[in-house]
Every structure is written in structure tokens, then in C-alpha cells.
Design a binder for this molecule. Sequence first.
Ligand code: AMP
Ligand code: MN
Length: 348
Amino acid sequence: MSSGPNEKSEMATSSRSRVPAGHEVLERICEEILRRERFLLTSHARPDGDSIGSQLAMAYALDALGKQVRLVNADAAPDHYREFPGLDRIEITAQSEVPADALIVMECSDLTRTGVAGLDHHYIINIDHHAGNRMYGALNWFDESAAACGEMVFDLIRALGVPLSREIATHIYLAILTDTGSFHHSNITPRTFDICRQTVEAGVNPAAMARSVFDSNSFGKLKLIGALLNSMELTDRGRLAVLAIDDDMLTSCGCTHNDTEGVINLPLTAREIQAVVFFKAVASGEVRVSMRSKYDVDVRLVASEHGGGGHKNAAGFTVPGPLAEVRPRIIARLVAAIAAGARTDDGD
Ligand code: AMP
Ligand code: MN
């Protein structure tokens, strides 16, 4: 990053005036960031575009302020994010001993969502948009109305007075593009497009971004999509789609669990389907359950009943197996959720 000392001090002193009036938490976060030097950034296990984008946009902004920055995550990013700037800066670890004056946790409703042990003792700044955030930080900024955590990080970076470099803009756009389901979800607001406009003005190429994120499947992944859709079950008069993956399917397609990312969204492209559930039996013997929905079908409620979380239209949780026992129970619960929230009109 090219920011000379004068630019740094100008950014630092001007930050207060850039915070929107009445936004005390944001103002406090700016103050605490500006007076600290060493930062540790993290986000949730099995990272997605919003967690990666939020973390790296924040990292580049802190670089611009002349701060020391380290990033830790429990898991590596899916392959198609690896070529985005700064991915190699993220250290993958289950246990962190990184010294820091502040830990910034993004996208995590609970500190355990990081999957990284040893973080509790830090001065924590919690920035998140998931309903049910546990407010585990010394400073907690929670905004359920944000379409992506990246929208909040954008506001913070602006409030800090950091210019929108191409790297920052790229990661903010990545966060929004992925967390809105490529501009599908109901949480999109004028602010979403206003932020995207600014990132495009800063050099983001939306077509290239879409290609990188959505058009970079391996042949193995295409085969896996075919196998998963082929074995998909429809229930509740075609309103609920059920996907399940086993290790044989992965092996025969030459894929890993990472390659299942995004597949869950495909059944929703069928008009009748109102919700999708995807069961993954993982090595520990547990079952990971991912859910997506349309309209007012609230899958977050189902996730929160099982110790998980997420958003109304995208949520998940992990429960003890075996899959054969979990599956009918969750399907019955989702049928009830569809009955409570489904719409039959096409107008929305
Ligand atoms: P996924 O199905 O893993 O893509 O997750 C969908 C949404 O639910 C994301 O916003 C996740 O952060 C959230 N989510 C998934 N699993 C959990 C969990 N165990 N606890 C809290 N939130 C979760
Ligand atoms: Mn998010």
C-alpha cells in the first residue's frame, strides 16, 4: 500500500468527523483502532466470501493506517478465493497465540464460530450482521440490516478515513456479491448498491469478479453438482429439496467438502422449491446441516433451535449423528417452517 506518513496522520486525525452523527459504536471503534498498534483479525470457520472479504478489506485498511496486522482462520478459503489479493496472509490455525492490542472478529455471532482457540483474553471488537449475536466483545457493533458484514467494514474503513484502494474495494465487493447470493437475497438495500458503485469506481470489474467467484468450477465440481442434483429428493409437494453428500460421491468426482460450496443454492432456481436442506456427514460423526429458503420461510429459526444460526434465508448448524436419525426430524421441522412462511404468489 502506498501511504506516506503525512497521509497516515491526516487519516487518523480526520476520522472523527467522518463518523456519521449519532453512531457512537462506530466512533468508539475508530478511536480504539487509532490508538492501538497490533491487530489480529479473524472470522468464522469454513470461511465464505463475506468472511474473507471483510477480513482482508479490514487488513488492507489497517495497513494503510500503518498498523501491524495478522490474520488467523480455522480453515483455508475455498480454492476459487485463493487468487484474491492477500489470501496468503491468512494463517490457518486451530489455536492462536498471536499477541495483539485488539482482536477484530467479523461475521461471528459467537466467539466459538471462529473455530480458533485462545482468543478469549484479547480486547475484542465484534462486527457482525447475524441475528442473535452474543455481544461477546469489549465493543460490539451489530447491524442485522447489513446485507453483508462487508457493508459494515466499508463504513468503518470510510469512518477511519482510509481511501478505497483497489484491494479494499475488491474485498468489499466480494463480500457483498457472495453474501447477497449474487444480488438475490431480500436484505439488499440502496446502500448495498451505493457501496458497490463506489467499489466499481475504485477499479472493481464486476464481470471479472463474477467469473472468478462463480465461473471457476473444476470439472470434478460439475460432476459433483450432477451427482448431487441427481440424488436430490423432493418432498412437501415439491416445496422442499433435500440434498445429501457422502464420501463415495466426493471420491468418485475427485472432490473435497470445499467443492460443495454454493451447490445448495441451485435447487432454489426451480420455481416451486421454497427451501433446500443439505446434509453433510463429517469425519467427527457429526452432521452439518445447511439450509436456504425463499420468501418468509425462516430457516434461521430452525438453525437456532439446534444451536446454530445464520439469516432468515440462509442458515446452518451442526448436530451429533447419525444422519439417518437426524434427517427425518429436520425434514419434518422444515416442512412446518415452509407451512408458516411459504408464499404461493409469484409477485415477490
Ligand atoms: P452455510 O449453510 O454454512 O453456508 O451457512 C449459512 C449461514 O448460516 C451463514 O450465514 C453462516 O454463518 C450461518 N451458520 C452456519 N452454520 C452455523 C452455526 N453452526 N452457527 C451459527 N451460524 C451458522
Ligand atoms: Mn455474512
